[in-house]
Design a protein around this ligand. Structure first.
Ligand SMILES: NC(=O)c1ccc[n+]([C@@H]2O[C@H](COP(=O)([O-])OP(=O)(O)OC[C@H]3O[C@@H](n4cnc5c(N)ncnc54)[C@H](OP(=O)(O)O)[C@@H]3O)[C@@H](O)[C@H]2O)c1
Length: 382
């Protein structure tokens, strides 16, 4: 069996690619990057399908969240639909990743709940919502064999962007959140574990009739209180901020508008800055949105790790992202010298770490050592 995965370099696609590479020798998944197969190019899609004739398609591609109308429409909507049309032509399953951005706030929302399609929606939500609607229509009109998976706030390692839960983590750690941008209690959200998505998709592929033509929420069963999550990160990192002063939404919104204005002025002066993309979701910090996972529970899928939640995964995520962001020199005020994680003793030593000081202080010596010992042919290959 061979499959086409679009978006394999992304957060969710990365988990999928790793899973199929290591756990399913019988399934060969190819994931051309967007230079080889761009969803914006219909010819790329046609050419790929003509050459490779995959047995299934998974689409977890998405353009950057702050993209303009053209890019959001062309990649998130039209690209997804063209991909589904190709799947339809070969009569193969099409698995599409969608988002809770297509739904209103509320509790225990079902798969049938969604926002009314309206011009005032943001580009991301509008393109995802239109895709959901067209895929359903294609199923009803032509029998498209598709499954749509709605994700809420996704957590997982190896995310190249700093967005969503990672932005929250980054801001808390870098002390860029002096006060609480939420209510004291009761703002609940659903979370999706990226690590578990491949298990679900593999299960769908093995039970295609059960899941075909269906939408599923893929979220942890227990919703999470945002204030509790922020305070847990703060306590884990032993930080003083954010202080437990809860900023009401109108003030937070006014502050955000003010910052947008200041940044515009600075940009005109030649400095480049922008407000984090997820500030368009500021309202969500103050409103509950929880997704029902009843339909998923009642399906034949069995959660591979029911104990895992954002709280159980937090220590390893913090460990991973702090190391990553520090290597990339992204922090302006945080230094891990003042932070020793409770998991530090179990951390694997990085062999390159010993050489980094020599790289900094005596590059010529390092070059010599390499030329003497480190450049012979890699015999292991032979
Ligand atoms: N992350 C979240 O918190 C979250 C929450 C809810 C729902 N979701 C949904 O989950 C899905 C995956 O999100 P993610 O966070 O994993 O995405 P991501 O990390 O931003 O990755 C985006 C992927 O899309 C690919 N891509 C972008 N433009 C493309 C184009 N024109 N043609 C083909 N591929 C293109 C990129 O490939 P290249 O690198 O090759 O350009 C990249 O692999 C999306 O449908 C998103 O709506 C995500």
């Amino acid at each position: 069996m061979s499959g086409l995965l679009i978006g394999g370099s992304g957060l969710i696609g990365g988990y999928l690619l790793h899973y199929f590479k290591t756990k399913t020798p019988e399934i060969d998944v190819r994931s051309p990057n967007s230079k080889k197969l761009s969803l914006r190019e219909l010819d790329d899609i046609i050419g790929y399908f003509k050459r490779h004739k995959p047995d299934f398609v998974i689409n977890c591609a998405i353009t950057a969240i702050r993209s303009d109308a053209l890019l959001s429409y062309a990649v998130n909507y039209l690209g997804s639909i063209n991909l589904a049309r190709a799947a339809l032509a070969l009569d193969i399953p099409y698995i599409h990743i969608s988002s809770a951005a297509t739904m209103p706030p509320g509790e225990n929302l079902t798969e049938e709940d969604r926002l009314p399609l309206d011009a005032s929606l943001g580009n991301y939500a509008k393109s995802k919502l239109m895709t959901e609607m067209t895929l359903k229509h294609m199923h009803e009109k032509y029998g498209l064999r598709y499954t749509l998976i709605r994700m809420a706030i996704v957590y997982g390692a190896h995310d190249h962007k700093i967005q969503g839960i990672n932005r929250l983590l980054f801001n808390i750690v870098d002390r860029a959140m002096p006060f609480m941008l939420t209510k004291k209690k009761g703002v609940l959200h659903s979370y999706s574990n990226a690590n578990k998505v491949p298990y679900f998709i593999h299960h769908i592929l093995k039970n295609i009739e059960e899941f075909s033509g269906q939408h599923y929420h893929f979220v942890d069963p227990e919703p999470v209180d945002l204030a509790k999550l922020i305070l847990t990160i703060k306590a884990y990192m032993n930080l003083k901020t954010p202080r437990e002063i809860y900023i009401p939404y109108p003030i937070a919104k006014a502050g955000n508008n003010f910052m947008n204005w200041v940044i515009k002025v600075f940009n005109r002066l030649g400095y480049k800055a922008h407000v984090p993309a997820e500030m368009i979701f500021l309202e969500n910090f103050y409103k509950t949105q929880t997704l029902s996972c009843e339909k998923l529970k009642n399906s034949s899928f069995v959660d591979p790790n029911p104990q895992a939640t954002i709280f159980t995964e937090l220590p390893s995520l913090i460990e991973y992202y702090i190391t990553r962001w520090e290597h990339l020199n992204l922090f302006s005020s945080f230094s891990s010298e003042n932070f020793s994680s409770p998991d530090a003793t179990t951390k694997k030593a990085d062999p390159a770490a010993e050489l980094a000081p020599i790289f900094m202080g005596s590059p010529a010596k390092l070059l010599d050592t390499m030329h003497n010992d480190g450049i012979a042919p890699l015999k292991e290959i032979l």
